[in-house]
Design a protein around this ligand. Structure first.
Ligand code: ADP
Ligand code: MG
Length: 362
């Protein structure tokens, strides 16, 4: 779940996600043959593959996420052997909470655990992202896999998407995250996501003529951008302004968390939403309604859309004493205004992936 820093990742910028306490568990046991058997408690049936001859193409089934990870592990020098894998995930599917990243990271750690070798966790995050990019064919950034790996209880994770350096940022213990799913996902024609990326690249190209060191919007200061407004097409300027200001807001939010200034974090989240709505133009009526529905409720600190946009979830920072009541109220308001009952999750920053105890076969 990303607190702030939206559409900054592919601009080499900063994001501030947290892992939340929904876990995907993968139990694994070695087999004496070379079969890899996959089962999930969420789906009937099972999948059977051979460790030595995994399918090279996706099968359009959930097992693709595990197959993609298995290919990547092999490529990284982790030998695969026969095994039974059972997945049980608490992460709701397709709710914007990245059940896919949880599945990938859990599978990677499980498969690795039988090999006797250990890759650095950062490499696990990267290879899970590659699995989703290359095998499943979903063009996701590194954030979800990274925070699945490095999340820490009571902390958000400031990630520098250029260097992949990260910093743990304590979240005051009197605040909860309330995630509200609008239950809509507008499929827009024309590849809005690719368009935004192209507009950012166009901005970089133009600005780099004035400032040769600029490789990505991450390198552009607010002053540099404002000074060259007239050199950029208006729409490109607005897109760039969002990214440059959003990077600054993300770093500001880290400082505010450090000084326990939650009120300002709330204002930064609000500003982020308005910027995504008005400058980057990736919000939608349902997201705006969900954000508005939170205003004025007791304990509400701040909220905004989270994720790529055009539907999906909002994230709200709410005082813990009020978070359960807030969840009920915001859901009722949204239902009254849009006519859809939203899924609402109250959660807090939790630990990322790890290997649980070894259990002897029974
Ligand atoms: P999300 O936003 O939840 O990551 P995705 O479409 O990226 O949505 O990933 C959801 C997919 O991940 C599911 O369609 C399924 O293929 C796989 N998946 C998630 N959770 C499970 C599970 N418990 N068992 C099997 N597959 C799962
Ligand atoms: Mg996903």
């Amino acid at each position: 779940m990303n607190l702030i820093g939206e559409h900054t990742d592919y601009n080499d910028g900063f994001v501030l996600p947290s892992a939340i306490g929904f876990y995907a568990h993968v139990a694994i046991a070695p087999r004496s043959d070379d079969k890899i058997l996959l089962k999930s408690t969420a789906y009937d049936g099972q999948f059977e593959f051979h460790a030595a001859g995994l399918p090279e193409q996706k099968q359009d089934v959930w097992a693709d996420y595990v197959l993609g990870v298995a290919h990547q592990l092999k490529r990284a020098g982790i030998p695969l052997t026969g095994a039974n894998l059972l997945l049980h995930s608490e992460v709701p599917v397709g709710s914007g909470l990245s059940s896919s990243a949880a599945l990938e990271v859990a599978s990677a750690l499980a498969l690795q655990s039988l090999s006797g070798k250990t890759l650095p966790l950062q490499q696990i995050a990267k290879l899970c992202q590659s699995a989703e990019n290359e095998f499943v064919g979903a063009h996701v950034g590194i954030m979800d896999q990274f925070v699945s790996c490095f999340g820490k209880e009571g902390h958000a994770v400031l990630i520098d998407c250029r260097s992949l350096d990260f910093e743990l940022v304590p979240i005051p213990s009197n605040a909860d995250f309330v995630i509200c799913n609008t239950m809509v996902k507008h499929e827009l024609s024309g590849g809005e996501y690719n368009q935004r990326r192209a507009q950012c690249e166009e901005g970089v190209l133009i600005l780099s003529k004035f400032y040769p060191g600029i490789k990505a919007l991450r390198d552009v200061s607010v002053e540099q951008l404002i000074g060259h407004e007239s050199d950029l097409p208006a729409i490109v300027y607005r897109r760039c302004l969002h990214v440059v200001l959003e990077n600054a807001r993300t770093l500001d939010a880290v400082k505010c968390f450090a000084s326990d200034d939650l009120a300002t974090v709330g204002q930064l989240m609000r500003a982020s939403h308005e910027s995504l709505r008005d400058l980057y133009e990736v919000s939608c009526a349902e997201l705006d309604t969900m954000v508005e529905s939170a205003q004025g409720l007791p304990g509400f600190i701040g909220g905004r859309m989270t994720g790529g946009g055009f539907g999906g979830c909002t994230i709200n920072l709410v005082e813990r004493a009020n978070s359960q009541e807030f969840a009920k109220e915001v859901a009722a308001r949204y239902k009254a205004r849009i006519g859809i009952s939203p899924d609402v999750f109250v959660c807090s920053a939790a630990n990322g992936a790890g290997v649980e105890a070894d259990h002897a076969a029974v």
